[in-house]
Design a protein around this ligand. Structure first.
Ligand code: ARG
Ligand code: ZN
Length: 846
């Protein structure tokens, strides 16, 4: 049974306040709830969501209901209309739940002896009977009784004694933002003074022993709070802000009001245990969850179809934050690499869906790259269309008009229309239509007039056969023969299926730089010579397009090699100049040296109508890397020496960029020296960035036994570092070993598969090894499907999420397709499958 956007009905009762009383116990926690409700229309029954609850008592205005006044079923409780007063009333329930038995990690559960909650999207119904939908917002008053020394919930702490705490949240919120944490925790604390002078106590709560890994997250939080004041004018609205790190968590982190809960992986950092990339992600996720306080919590979603309203906007905000604090163009390139790898991939397969879907069976399956990353691209396009001042005016209006409300994409777009006077009805298609538009462009030059002829086309996606043209902002600049800007960046607005734009008064044919900054999430197709791409790589004044030109050169070379053809030497030649270009930022050069992933090459081949052969792709990528290394051995060696960062480690963008370039050089040289440099680096590294990269290079060469053993014995007791140990040896190993190695690793006593991070490390490591996962004999497919089926009854959310490894199955040859299809069918017909995995299997099969 699907839920549909068109079925939306407001809740027939207003919920004013909620009182919750918890008596914590691992096996039998008792939850008392008192809801103050008032009917909005007469004679409506009262429906409350509730799952896996044992109902102990139920009363209205103090009177216990008789058995014929209500019914209880598997998904909730209905109080019949006849039993309800016509006036406002209070409803009291008492239920029993068992946190320790909760392995799905949704609702109230336990992680290493600590109680914690995850309620988004629909987990609150596993805690108590409640209208568990985001448009029902209420003020929560919570008391907690339990043995743990630290008892936390949302809002402000109003009373506390041994084994007791009372929390009041003055801001109305939907149930999905509720949180409770109880355990033997220690805080790393600080404070922040808001621009209007409110002093906010900040705490990062962790298990004992982890307190020395919190400093970076705390500083990142302060930077986020300041940035949101400076850039969006948004101030924090409580006297306390708590963050808790938990080891067992289904996703990255959660923005519960005043009490963010994080996967410990995205909080804890020290130079010895976290990489540069980890530091950057931690900063970004801390910001993301903090920014939700305004975009998500103060203004929330009317229903879960609107998820991208809060997620797309908040991702856009955290990206801008990182771009401001670090290197803007480098951040943009990283984001686009990720967008293509995850969202374009999703859009091209059976799971394609619009940023705002209109039906689903299980909402947890829609926390996707399309909702998050493409959702953020749509906000970015609105920003491009309105300009900085227009965007800021629209956001100010959004906060003014909708504070305290549960909103829709329509509300959001109306704000942009009202602030700008523009008609955005065509732009809305980006929200409602799935698929990545292909944008083709041809050029004409005559008598000083240069013309660009664009054509847009979006292929059908599941359930959406026809795709009308979209409103596409195309940022274009024109360059002269020496790389000077003839026409600076200009936004062309395409609204038709075919549309031309002209530039007059040009002395000679210019070189166009199209889709600067990746101004729209489309696939650009243009016949362009390798010479011109090399020119753009050397001269484009837009850093994104500069990188993009190099990317396309690499892609073209790889596509040729993977089909047994010769590669144009342009890429290898052009990189020579770039390696030596000291005016270009090291982080930028590192990105240019990074070859596209094998999965991306497979997609490129598929886009060109060629069936990808995973072995050939792997061989092509190896060959190109080797060729690059050979040709530029001296320059790369010099770079490897020059980019060494002396002195103590800091995760700042400057040194991190140098390390990235140094390691990119080493990755290539590693193909020539049989792992000699990597071994030396592995033995001497004093930070995780270099240690892990070196280990990965050794895994690549196959000479990894000693290094893996020594890494393991050093880090055995560290769960976050051991996740890296699992992932690296699968993701980087020669493909023919991947499946067997994965199987062997499942026998390792450290493979605690019920811990999501560990399960993901192993499975994502394997799935990330493109040629290994797609090995001809199908061993990896079978292994992977076996484990999804094993995890499903324990943790359906994670099992369903991991099933996306199969989302590209229709790309490949008949043999592989048949094997993957067989695995998906085996999953689909398994009895007792969760709704999560069953929906995924059905959609994947198409
Ligand atoms: N709102 C959280 C975030 O974006 C993610 C929650 C995901 N929940 C889920 N059930 N998948 O930061
Ligand atoms: Zn979010």
């Amino acid at each position: 049974a699907s839920k549909r956007l068109s079925d939306y009905q407001p809740y027939p009762f207003a919920l004013e306040t909620v009182r919750l009383d918890f008596r914590l116990d691992p096996q039998e926690t008792e939850v008392r709830a008192r809801l103050a409700l008032s009917p909005r229309r007469a004679a409506s029954a009262l429906r409350l969501d509730g799952e896996e609850l044992e109902l102990l008592s139920l009363a209205i205005d103090g009177r216990s209901l008789t058995r014929d006044e209500y019914t209880v079923d598997k998904t909730g409780l209905t109080v019949h209309a006849a039993a309800l007063p016509a006036q406002p009333f209070t409803l009291d329930t008492r239920v029993k739940i068992a946190p320790e038995a909760n392995t799905a990690l949704e609702g109230l559960y336990m992680s290493n002896g600590m109680y914690c909650t995850q309620c988004e999207a629909e987990g609150f119904r596993k805690i108590t009977y409640f209208p568990d939908r985001p448009d029902v917002m209420a003020k929560f008053h919570v008391t907690i009784r339990g043995e743990a020394p630290v008892l936390l919930s949302n809002g402000d702490l109003v009373a506390q004694e041994d084994g007791f705490a009372e929390w009041v949240d003055p801001w109305p919120k939907p149930a999905y933002l509720f949180a409770l944490v109880a355990g033997d925790l220690v805080a790393h604390s600080g404070s922040f003074t808001t621009k209007s002078g409110r002093e906010v106590a900040l705490n990062i709560w962790v298990r004992k022993g982890d307190e020395d890994r919190c400093a970076f997250a705390l500083e990142a939080l302060k930077r986020s709070m300041k940035w949101d004041e400076d850039v969006y004018g948004r101030e924090y609205d409580l006297d306390i802000f708590n963050i808790v790190a938990v080891d067992d968590f289904n996703m990255g982190a959660m923005e519960n009001k005043g009490l963010n809960i994080f996967n410990s992986k995205w909080v804890l950092a020290s130079p010895e245990t976290a990489t540069d990339a980890d530091y950057e992600r931690i900063e970004g996720i801390i910001a993301h969850e903090y920014f939700h306080n305004w975009t998500g919590n103060r203004i929330t979603c009317r229903d879960w179809f609107q998820l991208c309203l809060k997620e797309g906007l908040t991702v856009y905000r955290d990206r801008s934050f990182t771009a401001d604090l670090r290197l803007g163009p480098v951040k943009r390139i990283e984001d686009v690499i990720a967008l293509r790898a995850r969202q374009f991939r999703e859009d091209q397969g059976p799971l394609a869906h619009p940023p705002r879907p209109d039906h689903y069976r299980e909402i947890n399956n829609f926390y996707t790259a399309t909702v998050y990353e493409k959702g953020a691209e749509l906000v970015g396009m609105l920003h491009t269309l309105l300009g900085d001042a227009g965007y800021r005016a629209a956001l100010d209006l959004y906060f003014d008009r909708h504070d305290g409300q549960a909103c829709t994409i329509e509300d959001w777009l109306t704000v942009f229309e009202d602030a700008s006077g523009r008609d955005l009805s065509q732009f809305k298609r980006w929200y409602t239509d799935a698929g990545t538009p292909v944008l083709r462009v041809r050029e004409q030059f005559e008598d000083g007039t240069y013309r660009l002829d664009f054509e847009q086309d979006t292929k059908p996606t599941p359930g959406q056969p026809g795709k009308p043209p979209r409103h596409i902002p195309i940022t274009v600049g024109l360059l002269g023969p020496n790389g000077q800007e003839l026409v600076p960046s200009t936004v062309l607005e395409m609204t038709e299926a075919r549309q031309s734009f002209t530039f007059e008064g040009l002395g000679a044919r210019p070189v166009p730089s199209i889709l600067r900054g990746f101004s729209a999430p489309v696939r650009l197709e243009r016949d362009v010579s390798a010479r011109e791409l090399a020119f753009l790589l050397a001269h484009d004044t837009d850093p994104f397009n500069r990188w993009e030109a190099g990317r396309q050169l690499a892609q073209d070379a790889l596509v040729a090699l993977a089909q047994g053809e010769d590669a144009d030497p342009a890429y290898i030649d052009a990189l020579g100049a770039l390696i030596a270009d000291e005016s270009a930022d090291p982080a930028f050069r590192a990105l240019c040296l990074r070859l596209p992933a094998e999965d991306e090459i497979a997609q490129s081949l598929h886009d060109r109508g060629v069936t990808p052969d995973p072995e050939a792709i792997h061989a092509a990528r190896e060959a190109l890397a080797r060729d690059l290394a050979h040709t530029h051995e001296d320059a790369l060696t010099a770079l490897y020496e020059a980019m060494a960062v002396p002195g103590p480690y800091t995760p700042d963008p400057g040194p991190a960029g140098k390390r990235a370039l140094r390691l990119a050089a080493l990755g290539l040289l590693n193909r020539l020296d049989g792992g000699a440099r990597a071994t030396a680096l592995f033995e001497n590294a004093t930070n995780m960035t270099e240690s892990l990269a070196a280990l990965g290079f050794l895994v690549q060469t196959g000479a990894d036994e000693k290094a893996l053993a020594s890494f393991r014995s050093r880090w055995e007791g560290d769960r976050l570092v051991m996740d890296k140990w699992f992932i690296v040896q699968l993701a980087a190993c020669p493909p023919e070993r991947a499946a067997a190695r994965a199987a062997a690793l499942t026998e390792d006593p450290l493979f605690t598969w019920k811990t999501p991070n560990r399960f993901r490390a192993l499975m994502a490591g394997l799935a990330g090894n493109h040629a290994g996962f797609h090995a001809k004999d199908g061993a990896a497919y079978r292994f992977y499907a076996d484990w999804l089926l094993r995890l499903d009854p324990v943790n359906p959310q994670v099992a369903a999420r991991m099933s996306t490894a199969f989302e590209t199955w229709t790309r490949y040859d008949a043999d592989r397709r048949a094997q993957m299809q067989a695995e998906l069918e085996r999953i689909a017909r398994t009895e007792g499958l969760s709704r999560d995995l069953s929906e995924m299997a059905t959609r994947l099969l198409g």
